[in-house]
Design a protein. Structure first.
Length: 401
């Protein structure tokens, strides 16, 4: 075969192969478009409306209303301790006994001197009575009569001194028994029997009263001024209002399970801290509280008012601005800025930005963006902790008992 014939045959085969491939590729169907994305599923709640009280939270420490440090009033050897360390004692209980033999002997000696002075006074009084009769008849000189008068007055003074010494000896004998001046809980003993104690120097133990018990805390200056302005406006009766209940939570507790009332407020602000100290009186019949415990106090600082509340988890923050996501009537997400208030029972008070009928997203916040379509479902009330729109609740801000 000639060379030009070979070249023509190769071109024909290449042309036929290209036409075959072109035909095959033209018969392939295009890929179907991807299915539309399923709307994100979110759960929502509608704001609840309740009558709530504005409050502030403070931290404090419990303190005993009465604290007594027991000390020996007389010197001597400690004979007995009549209590168990840490026990509850009653006023008048004999707690310590100091050896009293020396004090009993001193009392007897003083009583004997009183009797001796009384006998001498009786003798002089008898002489004085006779002297008065003899003076009228001239049987006694004025000088002798004056001596009897002076001796009688001296005997009366000596007797009074002896009686005072006897009274002091009796008191010292009584001081050998150290009694509880108040009812409360006693500390451990600081001196064991057999040791010598010194008058007004040796500390023996400490007693603290437990019921009621106090809690001290500090108002900041901003809160005090806020409440006093409300008093000027007639919104509050006093700043702070001592007639309103204070809710109290202990360390490790989320619920404010205790309550009390303010019974004292200091008369000046501490210039070092800018705070005003106050005290709350707490009923402690079950002796749950001890002095020195850490407590959190929820103090009302405003009047009762009707407010909208939503769960705290529904709120987000953008550069310090609080906002929520709301589902509109077209099942789209709306970005809504809100003005928030205080937190009460896991829910946040909303001053502005929401209405009762709004559907506030509480779960699935990470899967949505403004204007995105969603499949919104109501959250069960038991899970949301918020009542549906239109409810009218009178529940307090925190459980108080």
């Amino acid at each position: 075969m000639k060379p030009y014939q070979t070249l023509r045959s190769g071109l024909l085969w290449g042309l036929m192969l290209g036409l075959t491939l072109l035909t095959a590729s033209g018969c392939k169907k295009p890929a179907p478009p991807p299915p539309p994305a399923k709307p994100a599923e979110v759960f929502y709640v509608t704001p609840g409306q309740e009558t709530v009280t504005q409050h502030e939270e403070f931290t404090g420490r419990t303190w005993s209303p009465e604290t007594v440090e027991l000390r020996a009033r007389v010197s001597g050897y400690l004979k007995a301790v009549n209590f168990v360390d840490g026990a509850d004692v009653q006023e008048g209980d004999v707690l310590f006994e100091i050896e009293d033999d020396t004090f009993r002997a001193t009392l007897r000696q003083a009583q004997t001197q009183v009797a001796q002075m009384q006998a001498q006074l009786d003798r002089l009084q008898s002489q004085l009575d006779r002297g008065k009769k003899l003076k009228t008849t001239g049987a006694i000189t004025p000088q002798d009569y004056d001596n009897i008068v002076f001796q009688t007055a001296e005997a009366e003074a000596t007797k009074a001194a002896a009686e005072a010494a006897a009274k002091l000896a009796e008191l010292n004998l009584g001081f050998t028994k150290v009694v509880a001046p108040i009812s409360g809980r006693i500390s451990r003993r600081l001196v064991d029997p057999g040791n010598i104690v010194k008058a007004d120097d040796s500390a023996l133990a400490t007693i603290v009263s437990l019921n009621p018990i106090y809690a001290y805390f500090d108002f900041d200056e901003r809160t005090i001024l806020k409440m006093r302005r409300m008093v000027e406006q007639g919104v509050l009766k006093s700043a702070p209002d001592t007639n309103r209940s204070i809710s109290i939570a202990l360390a490790g507790e989320d619920d404010f399970s205790l309550s009390g009332r303010i019974n004292w407020v200091d008369n000046q602000i501490d210039p070092g801290t800018g705070t005003l100290r106050a005290r709350v009186k707490i009923n402690n019949e079950n002796l749950l509280l001890s002095p020195g415990m850490f407590v959190r106090l929820k103090v009302p600082v405003g009047p009762e008012q009707r407010s909208l509340l939503i769960p705290e988890e529904a709120l987000s923050s953008d550069q310090g601005q609080r906002y929520v996501y709301v589902v509109n009537t077209d099942s789209e997400i709306e970005y809504r800025r809100v003005d928030v208030g205080w937190l009460t029972n896991g829910r946040r008070v909303i001053h502005s930005g929401l209405e009762l009928a709004d559907k506030v997203v509480v779960t699935g916040l990470q899967r949505v963006r403004p204007k995105s379509k969603v499949e919104a479902k109501p959250q069960a009330p038991a899970d949301s902790g918020t009542q549906t729109a239109g409810t009218d609740s009178k529940k307090p801000d925190a459980p108080v008992r």
